[in-house]
Ligand binder design. Structure first.
Ligand code: SAM
Length: 296
């Protein structure tokens, strides 16, 4: 436990898929005036230096964000969700060079509307990363609309869902579940949480990131999520990106997926369009593949 630090991985291919999907989902949810509760059960530190010690050790952004930035320079057109993602990152880098990478808490924060009373609830267990997250968020002076807790994100959902009603009486929430899967039990916990909250708050939008690795639990998770969504008669979407491995490419994660329950109806086309550019831009060799499946 706690050997995972997201700083080693910030801006990699998994972050590209995750954060494009997250932003496209949020953009759609924000079209409705009613306030929404945003929850990030596994937040990380919030901001990462792409030129710092941690990220350089893995240099994983080289095979993610930086390849994408290179590809858009020569692309005929850039799909809206990709442009939105790159614009958000650019807004954290006023100097024009990507030195800072915003994690999910900051991407969510950027899209929150204070006038609509949106709320952001962040959870991070790692002692150092939760401190960094708290101090990064404190600089925003956001008051009680954003809270950071050093708590188990799976457990914390109990207190938060169903969310409080907005001024118009509707209860809206979007939950990002993005564990490090350092411990095997994370896979089961994710499935259990989804099963429970599809009963307790079935209209929420749930986004689950998962690694695609040769482990039975990892293989099983998206299947289980699909079964749970189908049983609850809720729409779902599953987007996967495998960058493959060319000669000389070292170990490390090469593929991951985003499973979304109750996705916006626009999401499938948006992520598909995004992957039409992202997939070829990030692909390295054997095993490269990207696809978006969904129930509707
Ligand atoms: N969501 C972040 C982003 O997209 O920028 C990245 C999160 S990282 C993949 C997973 C984080 O979960 C790690 O920082 C880890 O310390 C933290 N973590 C692990 N188990 C946790 C738990 N049960 N509750 C909350 N945080 C946890």
């Amino acid at each position: 436990m706690f050997s995972y630090r997201h700083a080693f991985h910030a801006g990699n291919h998994a972050d590209v898929l995750k954060h494009i999907t997250l932003l496209a989902t949020l953009r759609h949810l924000m079209q409705k005036e009613a306030g929404i509760t945003l929850i990030d059960t596994h937040s990380g530190a919030g901001l990462y230096r792409l030129d710092g010690d941690y990220s350089q050790k893995g240099a994983e952004a080289e095979d993610g964000l930086f390849k994408l930035l290179e590809a858009v320079e020569t692309a005929d057109s850039v799909p809206e969700p990709v442009q939105d993602y790159l614009d958000q990152i650019a807004s954290f880098n006023p100097g024009g060079v990507a030195k800072v990478y915003p994690g999910s808490p900051f991407l969510m924060q950027r899209l929150m509307r204070h006038a609509s009373r949106d709320r952001l609830r962040l959870f991070e267990l790692h002692p150092t990363d939760s401190k960094s997250l708290a101090s990064n968020i404190a600089q925003l002076d956001a008051g009680r609309t954003i809270t950071v807790s050093r708590e188990d994100g799976f457990e914390a959902l109990k207190k938060l869902l169903p969310p409080p009603a907005s001024a118009t009486g509707s209860k809206r929430a979007m939950v990002l579940i993005d564990p490090s899967y350092e411990i095997k039990s994370d896979y089961v916990k994710v499935a259990n949480v989804i099963q429970e909250y599809l009963k307790r708050f079935s209209t929420g939008t749930y986004l689950v990131w998962y690694p695609i690795i040769p482990r039975p639990e990892a293989h099983e998770l998206p299947r289980r999520l699909r079964t749970l969504a189908n049983q609850a008669q809720k729409p779902w979407l599953n987007a996967t990106l495998a960058i493959g491995r060319g000669p000389g490419d070292e170990g490390g994660l090469t593929a991951s997926g985003m499973f979304v329950i109750n996705p916006p109806f626009t999401l499938k086309d948006q992520v598909r369009n995004a992957l039409d550019l992202v997939g070829p831009a990030l692909a390295r060799g054997n095993g490269k593949e990207w696809k978006v499946e969904g129930s509707n």
